[in-house]
Design a protein around this ligand. Structure first.
Ligand SMILES: *[C@@H]1O[C@H](CO)[C@@H](O)[C@H](O)[C@H]1NC(C)=O
Ligand SMILES: *[C@@H]1O[C@H](CO)[C@@H](O)[C@H](O)[C@H]1NC(C)=O
Length: 333
């Protein structure tokens, strides 16, 4: 019965595909051979013809998908056993940002006796300088051993892919760490405050950052974060932590990846994690201090910066100078 149904379907498919007129099939004389041939042909069509590419459209991204790591640090976590891993999302060609971070807060690798480990997460550079950027990255990786690169196209619209690949990487290569923090590259991170906060934080089902509550789904097609109703019918997002910097306990990586199999991959990465978290029934946690995460640049003063965990920084400020100044003043307030 099953065979028959299969044969019927595939014959129909074959007739359609090859435009064979049904009368042709009626003239079959040597039934056994013909049947075998038809099945072989159909199997060939089914399994060797590539599935035509279907774009997910402008509001969803290509995920889940088995992206591969092109540059990797598979042993680093096992060797160094970090308490918290900092995952900085940055464009492949943006070496300047990476160097600033390496010279500033990224250099703090032992804080309150806890190992802090920094990685940069990149996708693939496209365009004319692809090959050149690739070679520079290999060199940079040799020097610093802190690059993770995956083979999706790195662009703003693909940030959700970047974040999901980050979770996959953490799950595969760094699951012994207690916490991971995703952080944007144009920020100031007070690593001491981060570690101090995490020493008292829940160990599981924990995600914190600047939590957005009751954020409206933007329906104006002109908006940067427009989402049409057929993609997401609800008008309010579940609570989510803003993308400038959020922290999660490592047990959540696997759970969020699992949840992502049930939620269409929306292009807005922080909102998407909120949707996955909501699917798990886990609410994000507010940080213990309301000034800890600032999406608007906190004007620099050693006192103010001693109170934050993370803040964005205005682009005109020399961040290396700022860091040196901050570190040289032990009594901040
Ligand atoms: C069917 O055709 C094959 C090869 O063309 C032949 O070897 C086989 O004997 C034929 N079978 C019958 C039942 O005629
Ligand atoms: C996002 O990445 C996927 C996978 O590499 C790629 O096919 C797609 O074109 C990228 N999106 C954009 C807008 O470039």
């Amino acid at each position: 019965m099953q065979y028959f149904t299969f044969f019927f379907c595939v014959s129909a498919a074959l007739l359609q595909t090859q435009n064979i007129s049904p009368t042709h099939e009626v003239n079959i004389k040597n039934q056994t051979t013909d049947t075998v041939e038809v099945i072989q042909q159909v199997l060939h069509i089914l399994f060797s013809t590539p599935v035509p590419y279907l774009s997910p459209g402008p509001y969803l991204v290509e995920y889940p998908y088995e992206y591969q790591f092109v540059i990797n640090e598979p042993q680093k976590c096992e060797q160094e056993k970090p308490f918290v891993v900092l995952m900085v999302q940055v464009a492949p060609s943006n070496r300047a940002h990476r160097d600033v971070i390496r010279r500033t807060w990224g250099s703090e690798n032992l804080v309150l006796d806890k190992v802090v480990k920094l990685f940069f997460l990149l996708g693939m550079q496209t365009g004319e300088d692809t090959q050149q950027v690739h070679e520079q990255l290999l060199q940079e990786s040799k020097e610093h051993r802190d690059l993770i690169q995956s083979d999706f196209v790195d662009c703003y619209k693909n940030l959700t892919i970047k974040t999901m690949v980050m979770l996959e990487w953490l799950n595969l290569y760094c699951s012994t760490a207690s916490y991971a923090m995703k952080i944007d590259s144009d920020t100031f991170l007070n690593v001491h405050n981060l570690v101090k906060m995490l020493l008292d934080a829940p160990k599981t089902n924990y995600m914190t950052g600047l939590v957005a509550y009751e954020a409206a789904v933007l329906r104006d097609p002109e908006s940067k974060w427009y989402v049409p109703e057929d993609i997401l019918p609800q008008s309010i997002y579940p609570p989510y932590t803003l993308g400038l910097g959020y922290i999660l306990s490592l047990d959540l990586t696997e759970k969020l990846i699992e949840a992502s199999r049930h939620i269409k991959a929306l292009y807005i990465e922080d909102v998407y994690l909120g949707l996955c978290l909501h699917h798990l029934g886990i609410p994000p946690t507010d940080p213990p201090g309301y000034l800890y995460f600032s999406v608007f640049p906190v004007p620099y003063s050693p006192c103010e910066f001693s109170k934050v965990v993370v803040t964005t920084i205005e682009s005109f400020i020399d961040r290396v100078w700022l860091w040196k100044n901050f570190k040289s003043q032990p009594k901040h307030c």
